[in-house]
Write a protein that binds this ligand. Sequence first.
Ligand code: HEC
Ligand code: HEC
Length: 236
Amino acid sequence: MSAAVGNMSSRSVLAACVAAVALGMTASARADDMMVGKTIATQGTAKGVAACISCHGAKGEGNAAAGFPRLAGVNAAYLSEQLSRFANGERQSTIMQPFAKLLSSNGRSAVALYFSSLPPPAGIKADDSNSIRPSDAGAWIATRGRWSQGLPACAQCHGPGGIGVGATFPPLAGQPAAYIESQLHGWKKGTRPPGPMALMPVIVSKLSDTDISAVAAYYAGNAGSSGNAAPAGSKQ
Ligand code: HEC
Ligand code: HEC
């Protein structure tokens, strides 16, 4: 009887120790990944991967003029998945494919973790309540869609203000207009893989080139001091 109790308690002590060690290991493994990710992001690698921040910005904020996307505050699983798609060639980009291929799968996850931990550009609002008039095609498509064509509002998946939802729906807010446009055209041309449930290819099949420019400008404008913001008053 007492032996059984003794056994149980030593077993639960053992279980507690195992849990504590596992927790400690998870925390330090995460810290290690973060360090590896930061080194890749800021210095690149000896194998010839360029420092990510040279294009994606010192804080991962992106580069509006060049159309390089923002990575800061974007979900880690999403970023890591995109890097794998570049690496296996499903997502085509002459710039990103070679870098993604040169990184190990651990390196890709680590650098994704690092960028996801950075704060999103200031000024992004989970809000679409500004200036929604039918005459503003971008804002209208973003927030209302076009039901005559069965086109849902972008905000239904990408969240209010395009702030992004979980690992599946990346943020659009604060992405350069040129980047958003290029991705939408990428689905039309098939240079970007269909993604979860092939949702985006269906969406882009209902967008004209004019719609694409308008909705890209709308989301690029939803950022404050990131440098991606449209000039004040440009949202009609
Ligand atoms: C020479 C400039 C350059 C460098 C350096 C660079 N990138 Fe990129 N990155 C781009 C461009 C351009 C795109 C858009 C590619 C496309 O059209 O799909 C991009 C896209 C991405 C995307 C997809 C983002 C999204 O929202 O889907 C990720 C993730 C990414 N880069 C991560 C990295 C990481 C990590 C590094 C460093 C290892 C890096 N990039 C280095 C230019 C660069
Ligand atoms: C039914 C859900 C859904 C709707 C509605 C939707 N999207 Fe998406 N969108 C997605 C998913 C899922 C992805 C991620 C695709 C992937 O992983 O490759 C995505 C990705 C994107 C990307 C790529 C972002 C990046 O960082 O590379 C852009 C740009 C985009 N959507 C624009 C739009 C626009 C503009 C609209 C409205 C006209 C819209 N989406 C409506 C589901 C949706």
